[in-house]
Write a protein that binds this ligand. Structure first.
Ligand code: PLP
Length: 376
């Protein structure tokens, strides 16, 4: 092939994005408020989530979710959260930040949590389940939600890959019934900005708490004080919070990306269908399937192969830069002592390959990449 193709790469509508940013610069308001509120409204309108608070990352959002549930329900240090090992470390760092214990349940061949493994790991210390919609998939989600209802556990959705993943029958966005869903708008995610995220609590009260916690614990944002009339300088700090809020410049980027999310996800689904068509025939390549009852955001297209190093190296020589999502977290020193059931996660951790999936990849590219793979 005569062009190098990265596994993930952001695509921005440059002029339109600059126009949106220009408004912030002209108004002289680049911080929280103004565009962040505009984007929160646009996201709620698009997704159907009733609460949404714009943050500087999904990592911050996952931390806030764990922290606020811990506080709200009186969880104590050492309480357990059942989670997946096959994820980006942010998912599980959030649990450690609050001195809780990640317990790794296994995945199945969808790479999503295996409900049987989750159920077997529930103890009297289990407080929540962290579900990751890996690659935009939502396999077993309903079953996991049902377990949470039956066992009175909190469901946190790491929706970093899921912007735009919907149920096929109702077209409703997935995660509206989670206690909290956290989205990432980091540059290579489906709704790209420079770096940002959204926290969507089911509870209005927790949404309000998240707003204060993400603004250092201050009881009024600068924007609220500004819009009260003349700038009101007095505020209280009732608690210790973090500087986790998103800003208007980044929200301006998100506003434009959101307008194209459906169109962009459609492109991703077209690429996935192309890869699928070629690769499903191969006996050496296992294609990771997404749940047929969803319309996936298709953040990733993943395959599993026996000879991964060879496959990665060979494609690399052809200018095709594939990725690995993910090395299972229990392989990292900091997670090596966590309670676990990870046989399948371990298998996929050593065999997964993510094929190029972004707006710069054409249908022909996908066909060529698949052909190159089949020829190995
Ligand atoms: C990217 C990612 C995150 C973290 O998102 P940031 O916005 O970069 O903090 C969390 N979980 C998963 C599964 C991710 O891929």
């Amino acid at each position: 092939m005569n062009k190098n193709i990265q596994v993930l790469k952001p695509y921005f509508r440059v002029d339109e994005t600059l126009e949106e940013i220009r408004e912030c610069l002209e108004k002289g308001w680049t911080g929280i408020g103004f565009k962040t509120e505009q984007f929160e409204s646009a996201w709620k309108m698009y997704s159907g989530f009733e609460c949404a608070h714009f943050l500087n990352s999904a990592t911050a959002g996952l931390h806030l979710a764990i922290k606020l549930f811990k506080e709200e329900f009186g969880w104590v240090d050492g309480d357990e959260v059942i989670t997946t090992s096959l994820t980006f470390v942010s998912t599980n760092h959030a649990i450690l930040y609050e001195n809780l214990k990640p317990v790794f349940a296994d995945v199945d061949n969808s790479l999503c949590l295996n409900p049987a493994s989750v159920e077997a790991l529930i103890s009297n210390k289990t407080r929540a389940i962290m579900y990751v919609g890996i690659g935009g998939n939502a396999a077993n989600y309903k079953k996991i939600k049902q377990i949470c209802v039956e066992k009175n556990l909190i469901l946190i959705l790491d929706a970093a890959h899921m912007a735009g993943t919907r149920w096929a029958d109702t077209a409703e966005h997935i995660g509206l019934d989670a206690d909290c869903a956290v989205f990432s708008y980091q540059a290579v995610k489906n709704l790209p900005s420079s770096d940002s995220g959204m926290i969507c609590f089911k509870s209005n009260l927790l949404d309000q708490r998240a707003r204060r916690q993400s603004w250092l614990g201050i009881d009024k944002s600068t924007y609220e004080r500004f819009t009260e009339g003349s700038y009101k300088w007095r505020y209280d700090v009732p608690e210790l919070g973090y500087k986790y809020n998103g800003n208007s410049i980044v929200a301006a980027m998100c506003i434009v990306s959101l307008k194209y999310l459906e169109q962009d996800n459609e492109h991703r689904r077209m690429l996935a269908a192309t890869y699928d068509e070629f690769l499903s025939k191969s006996s050496a390549i296992e294609v990771v399937k997404h749940d047929p009852s969803i319309i996936s955001s298709r953040h990733l297209f993943q395959i599993a192969v026996q000879n991964r190093d060879f496959v990665l190296e060979s494609l690399y020589k052809n200018g095709i830069y594939c990725g690995v999502h993910y090395v299972a977290n229990h392989n990292y020193s900091i997670y090596s002592n966590c309670k676990r059931d990870v046989k399948t996660s371990e298998y996929y951790s050593s065999s997964l390959v993510s094929l190029p999936m972004h707006l710069g990849v054409t249908k022909d590219d996908a066909a060529n990449i698949a052909t190159a793979l089949l020829a190995l």
